[in-house]
Design a binder for this molecule. Structure first.
Ligand SMILES: *[C@@H]1O[C@H](CO)[C@@H](O)[C@H](O)[C@H]1NC(C)=O
Length: 576
């Protein structure tokens, strides 16, 4: 071969190599991951609902795979979302605590998803993806000063953010009440009692008080009551804040047309990035209370404003799918839809339906954690298929990471398992033999699917005390808590076989289930091995991290203007 020929050959090889790499780049799928808030598995047509209309979501299930045993890693928003993004049990990242509340209640709290956690968005961004979060975050905002935004979505891999750092609260809609229950959050009531008693004792002559002291006490009570009442009035301004990236767009936000605006943001993002690859996480504010729906959807369902909100979410899913269709991205986009946990039963008429599953949000009964799970990737995963194997919302982490061309981090425990083999039928069994269910920091239950049987065992070490007793809700406290006063412990654990008894109706006993002791012993061993793998980390839901800190309060105007700003979306925004 002549040197010139050799050169030509080498050049040709190089060209091939370059085009191969380019092809690989182009082969990276886009991701559209959608999470509905508090949607019950029984609310969707494709999961058996007959009266709510969810044609767009049902279509996704028809064209893709429907998971019937898809488990949220936690039954409350903050920890469930942390697990979804990181592929790890929330306890590993400190997104659990030992107190009663298991979620963030203030934008001005200092806890959040630690920056050393790795989300799939962070990895995708490193892999050349354009990334966005549209909607709810609920994983913290700032640490030490109000603009440090140390927990902001941008720290965790999202190049673009349009949404709310906290969550939609009842307080965010005038006339919908408050989640801050006055009788619990007004410590001055206690103070008032003390003063009243002191005054009474003084008047009957038992407790001699100097006049000045009495007046001082009265002033104190009035001041504390006034401040607390003022604070509660301020909550919508403090907590209901809409951001674009690091700037405040609206404070407090208006729920009017919010889903429409977010849908437009999502479609615009897809339009801007149609050359790909992109990762879009659409995190709906619906169907969490305060319940809302745009005018076009109000009154469209037989299930009040809740049903209307489900209809609007379905419409939004349809709009996003249409955008993919229009831009010919259907084939090259993996779409996922889920809910962060089961429907919130304590909301009564404003809560959804968990189908045959027991109880709901804030419990580890199936109704709290068995969620819809739909995946569509035409040509790559079969259509119209149903998978009954246990899967977890943590599985999206390794699945997305691998498809983006990276490998999962080796320096930490990853609890999610790549779904692709299961979805593409290279394998019939899920990789999850055990799943562990936490209630805040407390190990609550464990699920075991043995390799050689169809049984799915589930053992509870404690269960929430329901009230009223004959129902499966915690109406008196609005959510179920995990601390000793609110639960009943079980030793031996309460055991169910979900294959025979998916509604967890009748616990098994050594009399009714000969394998009882063996099963319980295997599960105990798995729990111990799991617990040894959990390294202690700082809790992000400790009292110090949960409390409202004035110096962290996002505020787009001065405090005397009540931190109010209403700007239309297009106007330039300012961030104070
Ligand atoms: C459909 O969903 C609504 C609203 O959550 C619920 O009230 C109803 O019982 C569900 N219907 C069925 C058949 O599951």
């Amino acid at each position: 071969m002549k040197p010139s020929q050799l050169l030509l050959l080498l050049l040709l090889l190089l060209l091939l190599e370059v085009s191969y790499v380019l092809l690989q780049e182009n082969n990276k799928p886009n991701f559209v991951l959608m999470m509905v808030d508090d949607l019950g598995i029984g609310d969707l047509g494709c999961y058996g609902n007959k009266t709510l209309r969810t044609p767009n979501i049902d279509q996704l299930a028809l064209e893709g795979v429907k998971l019937t045993h898809h488990i949220a890693a936690a039954s409350l928003c903050t920890p469930s979302r942390a697990a979804f993004l990181t592929g790890r049990y929330p306890i590993r990242s400190g997104l659990t605590g030992t107190l009663r509340p298991g979620v963030f209640f203030f934008n001005a709290a200092s806890g959040g998803l630690p920056s050393k956690e790795v989300t799939f968005a962070k990895i995708a961004r490193q892999q050349g993806y354009e990334t966005a979060l549209i909607g709810k975050w609920h994983l913290g905002l700032s640490c030490e000063s109000r603009d440090d935004h140390c927990h902001h979505p941008s720290i965790h891999g999202f190049n673009y953010f349009f949404g709310i750092p906290l969550t939609n609260l009842r307080d965010c809609q005038p006339g919908h009440g408050t989640v801050f229950q006055l009788h619990k959050y007004l410590p001055c009531w206690t103070l008032g009692m003390v003063v009243a008693t002191a005054v009474a004792l003084h008047l009957i002559g038992v407790l001699p008080l100097r006049r000045g002291m009495l007046q001082g006490l009265l002033v104190l009570v009035v001041a504390v009551t006034g401040l607390t009442a003022g604070f509660i009035r301020m909550i919508p301004y403090f907590n209901c804040v809409l951001f674009r990236d690091h700037s405040i767009v609206e404070q407090p936000f208006s729920l009017e047309n919010l889903t429409r605006r977010m849908t437009r943001e999502a479609v615009d993002f897809i339009d801007r990035n149609s050359a790909g690859p992109f990762l879009l996480f659409v995190s709906f504010l619906q169907v969490h209370t305060a319940m809302f729906a745009s005018a076009a959807f109000r009154g469209t369902s037989r299930h009040g404003i809740y049903g209307d909100a489900v209809h609007e979410v379905d419409w939004s899913v349809g709009q996003i799918m249409q955008a993919l269709e229009r831009l010919e991205l259907r084939e090259n986009t993996l779409v996922y839809l889920t809910s962060d946990q089961g429907a919130h039963q304590e909301e009564g008429l404003h809560g959804g339906w968990n189908g045959i599953y027991k109880a709901g949000k804030s419990t580890n009964w199936e109704g709290g954690i068995r969620v819809p799970g739909i995946l569509r990737w035409p040509g790559k995963i079969p259509s119209g298929r149903q998978i009954d194997e246990p899967t977890s919302n943590m599985d999206l982490f390794p699945t997305v990471v691998q498809l983006s061309g990276a490998s999962v981090p080796q320096d930490r425990e990853i609890d999610g398992r790549d779904l692709l083999d299961l979805l593409q039928r290279r394998q019939d069994r899920a990789h999850h033999e055990f799943l562990f269910h936490y209630c805040n920091s407390y190990l609550n239950a464990v699920r075991w699917k043995p390799q050689n049987s169809s049984s799915v065992w589930k053992a509870f070490y404690f269960t929430p005390n329901f009230f009223p007793k004959d129902q499966t809700t915690c109406f008196h406290t609005h959510v179920c808590f995990c601390t000793p006063e609110y639960v009943t412990y079980h030793d031996p654990p309460l055991l169910y076989d979900l294959w025979r008894d998916p509604s967890e109706a009748v616990p098994l006993s050594p009399d009714t289930e000969p394998a009882f002791h063996t099963v319980v012993a295997v599960m105990k061993e798995a729990v111990e091995a799991h617990q040894r793998s959990v390294k202690p980390v700082e809790s992000q839901l400790s009292a110090a991290h949960l409390m409202w800190k004035p110096w962290l309060q996002p505020c787009c105007s001065t405090l005397t203007q009540l931190c109010q700003c209403h700007r239309n979306q297009e106007a330039s925004t300012q961030h104070g």
